[in-house]
Write a new protein. Structure first.
Length: 313
């Protein structure tokens, strides 16, 4: 029997690719409800879906920040049935916290954390009743390891990790699985959107030295990381599809083998000093050598750290 999959945030990036891949599954294992906040942006998804459109893929409006929108979307689904929920919708935020308003910070949590919680709350009673289901959430390596100038975004992903880790225990009793996908940098509109916003900002409230570290040290380093270690949305979507197809999915999946050693620093030293100092050195002391460091990491990890990460077959 076909599984009903609901994916949030499908107008672009990973969500779009995942919805299409699932809908085009050769064995037709899935019926995908691909959702987006603004239906005026559905052209790209419709084009990518091709023949699957209105067969194994239907498009619905859904804003994860609105109770009404979530209820309306679920009511439009056959028997309100969701076998697999994919919480993919998310927003990024970078910059010195002094220049971000509390309201802007709260918006990140409203989408990345409470948006996913709202979705889970909405599908949970039925999943429990049926004693089956899979809740998949697009977290990030930043849900495991904080990154400079991504303070609030990382916190929102940490929050999701804590929430899912807690819930996973209870839900195991109901045969409902919980999985977190933890990509490293992914080359989607995500980075571009952030750069656009940053380009417009004057960083009110932040001192000149901090703004200089952000613009002249962090931004080039971040760009470098995206270029050397970045994955395509398609790669992350394939890894996620693999997890959705598993009979006994785990709680956590990192998708980027090149990034696993950076996360592993944290587990190698529970005091936190090793990771804080390594990231500090990478950023502030290896400045001109950053490119080299990244390539070295890439080189070492290519050979040694393949285990642990899901690699799409
Ligand atoms: P993206 O910006 O292309 O996709 C995010 C999608 O979420 C967009 O389509 C956006 O419209 C949608 N969205 C935002 N607010 C929404 C709301 N209130 N309701 C419904 N949809 C909403 O970027 P992406 O890289 O494909 O991001 C997908 C997920 O992957 C996010 O959760 C992001 O945090 C995570 N992620 C991204 C990266 C990266 O480097 N791009 C890395 C790790 C994790």
């Amino acid at each position: 029997e076909q599984k009903a999959v609901l994916v949030t945030g499908c107008s672009s990036g990973i969500g779009l690719r995942l919805a299409v891949l699932l809908a085009q599954d050769a064995k037709k294992r899935y019926h995908v409800t691909a959702t987006m906040r603004d239906l005026r942006k559905k052209d790209k998804l419709e084009q990518a879906a091709g023949d699957a459109l209105n067969k194994t893929l239907s498009i619905q409006r859904l804003d994860v920040c609105s109770d009404e929108s979530v209820a309306e979307c679920l009511n439009n689904m056959k028997d309100r049935r969701v076998d697999v929920l994919v919480n993919n919708a998310g927003v990024g935020q970078i910059g010195p916290i002094e220049s971000l308003s509390m309201q802007d910070m709260q918006k990140v949590f409203e989408t990345n954390f409470f948006g996913a919680v709202r979705m889970i709350k909405a599908v949970l009673p039925d999943m429990k009743k049926r004693k089956s289901g899979h809740i998949v959430t697009m977290s990030s390596v930043m849900g495991l390891q904080g990154i400079v100038f991504n303070d609030v975004y990382a916190a929102s992903k940490f929050a999701m990790e804590g929430f899912c880790e807690s819930l996973a225990v209870q839900l195991l009793k109901f045969n409902v699985n919980v999985s977190l996908i933890e990509p490293g940098p992914v080359n989607t509109e995500f980075e571009m959107k952030l750069m656009e916003e940053v380009g417009k900002s004057q960083f009110p409230g932040a001192d000149a030295e901090t703004v200089r570290y952000f613009k002249e040290v962090y931004l080039p380093a971040s760009h470098e990381i995206f270029t050397t270690l970045g994955q395509s949305p398609d790669t992350v979507a394939k890894a996620t599809m693999q997890v959705i197809g598993m009979r006994l999915p785990r709680l956590r999946y990192q998708t980027n083998a090149l990034y696993t050693p950076l996360v592993a620093l944290k587990y190698a030293d529970e005091s936190g000093s090793l990771s804080v100092r390594t990231f500090y050195n990478l950023l502030f002391n290896f400045g001109p050598l950053f490119h080299l460091s990244m390539n070295l990491i890439k080189c070492i990890t290519c050979n040694c750290f393949r285990r642990g990460a899901v690699s799409p077959s």
